[in-house]
Design a protein around this ligand. Structure first.
Ligand code: CTP
Ligand code: MG
Length: 240
């Protein structure tokens, strides 16, 4: 067995991994399902541990899955495992509560974005270190976007030039992320949304196609194909 690498960095990463993966179809919780023979969570944590900035990883585990997650990740990287919550937001809050005090930069990274390259993790951490209090990786939207009414009739075509698809890891000054979760009134699908509700600016860095969120069965097939293209940790994020 290869030695577990010692963490080095000044960044804590929270990994919400407690979702059930309902859109993936029947089976185990999504983070525990296999991609090329290994659970999605193993792929995700291996790439986090390969990013030199990362010092601490806290995983929010699926219901009843804490001991399986601990066992599965023991050969991959040192991690803290906490029970996840009923929503993604609750899982992130539970993981945030377990971050050791000295770490001032916190990234939040979906286990479902299992092939996210270490270089993207570094780029988000570097942008927070450089002074941005909240940072998200984004990609341009490639499809034409229509707005529809309740009966699925087209109301209009949205100008996509000002739209971005948002990925994780999202990076934050720790005190800001804690304040945003403390003040949360709405259930949102990302953490930057909570920061926006506080009126704090959010900066963008170029995302990566490798950071796709595995949501539907077809995404697993895409991810398998990416791994066949480049079995290592993946490429550098491409320029915007
Ligand atoms: N997540 C979590 N706790 C929850 C719900 C989601 O930690 N109660 C995590 C998921 O494990 C995933 C990330 O949040 O890594 C993004 O969520 P999503 O892709 O929606 O995953 P699931 O909720 O598992 O999938 P689905 O919505 O299809 O059930
Ligand atoms: Mg979900």
């Amino acid at each position: 067995m290869t030695a577990v690498p010692e963490p080095r960095g000044d960044v804590a990463v929270l990994v919400p991994a407690a979702g059930l993966g309902l859109r993936l179809g029947p089976g185990a919780p999504k983070a525990l399902r296999p991609l090329a023979g290994e659970p999605l969570l193993v792929h995700a944590v291996r790439r986090l541990a390969a990013a030199p900035s990362v010092g601490t990883i806290v995983v929010a585990a699926p219901p009843e899955g804490e001991s399986d997650v601990r066992r599965m990740l023991a050969p991959v990287a040192p991690v803290t495992v906490v029970p996840g919550g009923a929503t993604r937001q609750e899982s992130v809050a539970a993981a945030l509560a377990a971050v050791p005090a000295p770490l001032e930069i916190v990234l939040v990274h979906d286990a479902a974005r299992a092939l996210t390259p270490p270089a993207l993790i570094e780029a988000v951490a570097a942008a927070v270190r450089a002074g941005h209090d909240a940072v998200i990786p984004v990609l341009p939207v490639v499809d034409t976007i229509k707005e529809v009414d309740a009966r699925e009739r087209v109301v209009g075509t949205v100008d996509r030039s000002g739209l971005r698809a948002v990925q994780t890891p999202q990076g934050f000054r720790r005190s800001l992320l804690a304040a945003a979760h403390g003040a949360a009134v709405d259930a949102l699908t990302d953490d930057a949304g909570l920061v926006e509700e506080l009126g704090v600016p959010v900066a963008c860095v170029p995302g990566s196609e490798w950071a796709l969120k595995i949501t539907r069965p077809v995404d697993l097939a895409f991810a398998e194909a990416l791994l066949r293209m480049q079995p290592a940790a993946g490429p550098h994020p491409r320029p915007a």
